[in-house]
Write a protein that binds this ligand. Structure first.
Ligand SMILES: [Zn+2]
Length: 253
């Protein structure tokens, strides 16, 4: 009898131990699953932060969220029309260039009330691939007497093959530029409406060159594989916008 009681006690104890080990195993399993989930969550957070850094940082502190407000749009009135002569070396079709100029113009009009109007297209091969030479060549071409009255001249010219390799692999090279004397001659090497916006903004932002964020950021961070303009913003910062509004009616001649 006593033997039976002892063996039952041992059995119960063993059962309890077994239960305890099961509880412990379940707990460890939960803990393991939890830490795994926590690890996955951490990975998601890190990926989100990286994406935010690369995609969102250019828009931080811009007027993007304000453009629809009636008071903001009131400040954009009246509309100024900037008359542009377009040069093209044939790298892109006139239609393709028109699309990007229209996008840049629509965005600029919403932000500051400045519209870009194409007066005419001219086909022109530039002698040099160098941006300074191209600007000089444009200036010489445009200063000839008897030309149509215009405000800005924008040239679309391709990269040289070495420049293209450097740009598309490492992101080196400039995508556009504007002359620093008249602020009316622009060369675009990479066709994207945000590059046009950046250069045209330079024609109206006269007290400084670049900003940390927004469309006047000096250059966007290069994300591996993706194009350098991937995270480029089309929106001005509030202070850049104020500077554009201040010089909105500047003379080009
Ligand atoms: Zn610039």
């Amino acid at each position: 009898m006593s033997n039976n009681v002892e063996s039952r006690k041992r059995l119960l104890l063993a059962h309890k131990v077994l239960n305890l080990s099961l509880i412990k195993r379940n707990f460890l399993q939960r803990k393991f699953t939890f830490s795994c989930r926590k690890g996955r969550d951490m990975k998601k957070i890190i990926v989100a932060l990286i994406l935010l850094l690369f995609c969102g940082c250019a828009h931080i502190g811009t007027v993007r969220t304000d453009v629809s407000s009636p008071s903001f749009q009131e400040q954009c009135q009246p509309i100024r029309v900037v008359r542009c002569i377009i040069f093209s070396d044939g790298t892109w079709s006139n239609e393709r260039i028109k699309v990007d100029i229209k996008k840049a113009s629509d965005s600029f009009e919403r932000q500051v009330g400045i519209r870009l109007k194409i007066l005419e297209f001219r086909q022109k091969k530039f002698i040099s691939m160098d941006w300074l030479d191209t600007l000089r060549e444009m200036e010489n071409t445009m200063e000839r007497p008897g030309l149509t009255s215009y405000d800005m001249a924008i040239a679309f010219a391709s990269f040289g093959s070495l420049q293209a390799i450097g740009f598309h692999t490492l992101g080196f090279g400039y995508m556009g530029c504007i002359d620093s004397t008249y602020r009316r001659y622009v060369v675009i090497k990479h066709l994207d409406y945000r590059i046009i916006l950046h250069e045209v903004s330079h024609a109206f932002v006269l007290d400084h060159a670049h900003s940390l964020t927004g469309s006047l950021a000096s250059f966007p961070l290069k994300f591996p594989i993706l194009s350098r303009v991937f995270n480029m913003s089309e929106w001005l910062t509030p202070s850049d916008r104020q500077e554009v509004l201040k010089n909105k009616w500047r003379h080009f001649n």
